[in-house]
Ligand binder design. Structure first.
Ligand code: SF4
Length: 345
């Protein structure tokens, strides 16, 4: 059974009262491979398998955390969901629409409005010559929203208040704001078009711990206020633990484990997840199976020459002989707890 088939029963038994819940986003067998070119002729000599056959769904109103070390493909995966990186294979179903093969014109009302991203460094994507008011006005004008300029200005002021900035900020320029304020601007910009889904990619990673907490609290308040769904991508397991409802763990382009937060942080099953959690002292002291620090040997292999079989076998402390040849698929081993590892075959 492949990971796509495994998604079906889980979607149909989400709620306690057994009413089927249609996920807001369904990702099936998603691959994002980048060609590697070499020589004068720029021939393709291989592929970077940044995202390699990933399937999952996101429930409306939840926060799905995606964790993994730098280079595991989590950011590429997030960007591919809004087609900033084009999927090589697989499908992305958003609100019942397959957006994988849509033209830019078709995507505009669907995902350019309804799915937004918040990045690690909002400053890099803000035009230093434009006031905050102009920056927020642009998407409203482009999508013909909120009528005339006076109405758009009202919307912008209201949004600034919602994210904790004074409405007079609309006359200021990006360099006049602190790191935390800039991230509030990034969030305001994500909210301006009234999205359903926000993908936050390392959104608090560059901030001080106290500011991180403020931004996380803000995101949680906004989620409740505007009925938002989040995909929260981060290398920081402590932050994800705070905000996520369910957590997926990525390694070398693969989703190796997916479970409810409470389950994953206390009883992780995949050897990689166990190692990751054991490296965080505040988490290590709480999980029964993660008290011992597990130090992984070796570096993450190149995603151009991925190991055969289980991609984690070169570093796995409990690998078996057939792990070198047989690729484990993501299986549901407990209700709602999925793992890709031959230990659970
Ligand atoms: Fe380790 Fe084998 Fe499981 Fe991979 S499949 S994580 S190598 S035990």
């Amino acid at each position: 059974m492949n990971s796509t088939q495994l998604l079906q029963p889980m979607e149909q038994t989400e709620s306690a009262n057994k009413i089927p819940v249609e996920p807001i986003l369904k990702v099936k067998n998603l691959k994002v491979h980048f060609p590697v070119k070499a020589g004068i002729m720029q021939r393709t000599t291989g592929y970077v398998k940044a995202v390699d056959d990933i399937s999952f769904h996101v429930k409306r109103g939840e926060t799905l955390g995606i964790v993994g070390e730098s280079g595991c493909g989590k950011s590429t995966m997030g960007r591919s969901l809004i087609r900033l990186n084009e999927p090589t294979e697989g499908s992305i179903i958003f609100n019942g629409n397959d957006i994988t093969a849509m033209s830019e014109k078709e995507l505009r009302p669907l995902i350019r409005r309804k799915i937004q991203m918040v990045f690690q460094d909002p400053y890099a994507s803000l035009n230093p010559r434009k006031s905050l008011g102009n920056t927020l006005n642009e998407p409203l004008r482009a999508h013909n929203l909120h009528g005339n300029q006076r109405e758009r200005d009202e919307r912008i002021k209201e949004l600034l208040n919602v994210v904790g900035l004074h409405s007079s900020s609309m006359n200021h320029y990006p360099h006049e704001f602190s790191g935390g304020q800039r991230q509030r601007i990034g969030i305001a910009r994500a909210l301006v078009l009234n999205p359903d889904l926000i993908i936050a990619d390392e959104a608090v990673s560059a901030l001080d711990v106290s500011i991180q907490a403020q931004i996380i609290n803000l995101l949680e308040d906004l989620q409740e206020q505007f009925d938002l769904t989040y995909i929260f991508i981060s290398h920081d397991l402590s932050v994800v633990r705070h905000i996520a409802d369910r957590v997926g763990v990525m390694y070398l382009g693969k989703l190796v484990e997916l479970a409810d937060k409470a389950e994953l942080y206390v009883e992780p099953l995949h050897p990689y997840t166990k190692a990751l959690l054991s490296a965080v002292p505040s988490i290590r002291s709480k999980g029964a199976q993660t008290r011992e620090r597990i130090v992984l040997k070796g570096d993450i292999p190149s995603s151009i020459n991925q190991p055969s079989g289980c991609v984690f076998h070169t570093r796995c402390p409990v690998r078996m002989e057939h792990c070198k040849v047989a690729i484990p698929t993501l299986k549901e081993v407990k209700p709602g707890h999925f793992v890709a590892c031959h230990l659970y075959d």
